[in-house]
Design a protein around this ligand. Structure first.
Ligand SMILES: CC(C)(COP(=O)(O)OP(=O)(O)OC[C@H]1O[C@@H](n2cnc3c(N)ncnc32)[C@H](O)[C@@H]1OP(=O)(O)O)[C@@H](O)C(=O)NCCC(=O)NCCS
Length: 183
């Protein structure tokens, strides 16, 4: 009997560059992706080129990552300061998306792992927050694996395909915040 093993899957994560604009437009323009985010229909490569240029400009602290599956960009994730208020420097906002045809193969996990590692060990973020529509069970299951917890629910938070939908705020605190050495 011939046993066939499943094809090997190779996932790698790297920082997004302007040259990924077409891949971003493809992911964010997918009808199985943008309704779950705050993105709009009619994604455009040109707009993503501008956004990626802006996010990667010198002095910006945003982290935009892409995931490649067997060499193709199939997912993206972002870690952003929550705003300019200096008293909220400890808080960062996170978002993630993976093309529908490659889900449940670990791409989302690889992106979350990379972002949590960066947040914990390189920027010392104390509080990671994200919004997730209350019917997005798959995303919530992924976030729970990384110790995010629901903190509250915002009713009628966003318009999605003609309906106002509720959104959970999910939060993860740094599991082991670094401290300066004692004398
Ligand atoms: C949420 C999302 C990023 C997950 O990406 P993914 O590559 O499928 O994630 P993974 O394969 O790493 O899944 C990791 C775990 O998350 C959970 N999970 C992911 N999708 C799930 C689903 N549809 N149903 C239930 N659990 C799910 C599972 O526990 C899974 O582990 P398992 O496959 O071993 O059971 C992807 O579904 C997506 O991009 N959705 C559309 C955009 C979106 O909603 N983004 C989040 C906005 S808040």
């Amino acid at each position: 009997m011939q046993l066939t093993s499943p094809p090997a899957v190779s996932i790698s994560v790297r920082r997004a560059v302007v040259g990924d604009a077409a891949a971003y437009a493809r992911i964010m323009g997918d009808p199985a992706v943008y309704p779950g985010l705050m993105q709009m229909p009619f994604a455009s490569e040109e707009l993503w080129r501008q956004r990626l240029t802006d996010a990667n400009a010198l002095g910006k602290t945003d982290l935009l990552l892409v995931a490649e599956l067997n060499g193709d960009v199939v997912g993206s994730a972002g870690l952003h300061p929550v705003g300019p208020n200096i008293r909220r420097r400890h808080a960062w906002m996170l978002g993630i998306s993976v093309l529908p045809q490659v889900r449940r193969q670990g791409v989302g996990t690889a992106l979350m792992q990379a972002m949590c590692d960066y947040a914990d060990n390189w920027i010392g973020a104390l509080r990671l927050e994200l919004g997730v529509y209350t019917d997005n069970m798959g995303a919530m299951a992924l976030y729970r694996k990384f110790n995010f917890e629901i903190e509250g629910t915002q009713r009628g938070y966003a318009l999605r395909d003609g309906q106002y939908v509720d959104s959970h705020m999910m939060v993860r605190f740094h599991p082991n915040p670094p401290r300066p050495p004692s004398r």
